[in-house]
Design a binder for this molecule. Sequence first.
Ligand code: GLN
Length: 535
Amino acid sequence: MASAKYVFVTGGVTSSLGKGIISASLATLLQSRGYRVTIQKFDPYLNVDPGTLNPYEHGECYVTEDGAETDLDLGHYERFMNHPTSQANNVTTGRIYQSVIQKERRGDFLGKTVQVIPHITNEIKERMQILGNSGDYDVVITEIGGTVGDIESLPYVETVRQMCWKKPADCAVVHLTLVPYLSAAGELKTKPTQHSVKQLQESGVFPDVLVCRTEHDINAGIRRKIALFCNVQPEAVIQSIDAATIYDVPRLMKEEKLDQVVLKKLGLDNTGESDVSHWEEFVHNLNNPTDTVEIALVGKYVELKDSYKSISEALIHASAATRCKVNLHWIHSEKLTELSAAEALKGMDAILVAPGFGSRGISGKLYSVRFARESNTPFLGICLGMQAAVIEFARNVLNFSDAHSKEMNPETTHPVIDIMEEQKKITNMGGTMRLGSCACDLKKGTIAYEVYGEEHINERHRHRYEFNSKYLTDFEAAGMISTGVNPKTGLVEIVEIPTHPWFVGVQFHPEYKSTVANPHPLFVSFVKAALKNKA
Ligand code: GLN
């Protein structure tokens, strides 16, 4: 078995250049040539994983099949590659240190002084090769979070140097930079790129490919200049011009021959063409809608749209699948009163109430559910959004006036959402929720069954609270029914209101599984319901 090849993706000049999208686009191009590819991300912060981070810090926390709480870039990887990632695909400095310190306490280092070099870099190196050593992949793309030159990135850059030193024929380094346009001078400027490449070179890492983010075409002269001063081949200067949608980036990178240049450096066959036809079709459908719907997304983190990244991307996938443009209206749940909710939501073709934690904004979510339920507007509640649907129904239909989740009101006399049994004894917050893929059995004759077209499904979870089954008979008698349950525990995972045109609350997160190749059927059905409502 040939050993895996490694592509390292670093970033310079500024953050937010889109390393994740470039990595995912490269993976897509390599996959289309028949290579088995995965992408992993190494993040330089000290949290053991992003699960404990407020979404305002880094956007949403993405959950994998195996229940890892990871960086949102892993969502892009899966959406592009249509291939699941796992805990091994996301490593933070916190996790590296945690593991080294545990080894030190066990006595594994036999009395040696434990240091960043070699112990931390060895740990990074080992983890960088886990997926490569599995035999499952031909190419492992490793995105290094942060920006070259940051103090906290140094151990990663040093590890990349060591990997390239050890396996020069099996490694390629792709460096992303910015080529800014100075409008006063009317020129594109290459100096920041030259400096950031110098910085990498000073650490002993010599990039093979430069992907230059730019707002204007980089002409041949500027490409030659960048190549000469940054010590790369002219064809390895790749322009990445601002795209209207991230889903057009694979095509743009194919045109720039990013895959060919990388394969050549790795000594892999780069003849023939990568196939991006299904991407072109996807982008064509996205750009040529035959109809439009207005959908409200009600949440408390709407100032930072990355907090709901997978949801907004799943709606884009559904939009391409239905040829129906989704105009997403971001509605701040914290600012809603009963009156303003009705005002904000009355023109909407459908309403989505987002996941979340804690009390902030919960009343705005309850007003939104009530509006959707009473006005027969299609409603999708995800996780806390589903719990809000249950609480609203309990209060306004069952007349349990103080009904609540124990998360928000531990004293409620009607805890219609209660803490899960196994969560009661948990004191540590990190990685202890109900996480990852769980089975769910669907009831025939329901929207859920119709949407999935099968009885047994698996979806990913991230929560501590659940529907309190003690109340199930009350709910079902009054018109809110359970349509999906966990076969092992009997937990209610889906609720619906059959007398409503399309009212679905799901305890899981369907958004994590929507990809370009497989738009999630629940989002597709939701957009279709919005379209029907509009008509
Ligand atoms: N806060 C709720 C719980 O823990 C919902 C979580 C979520 O929306 N992801 O159960």
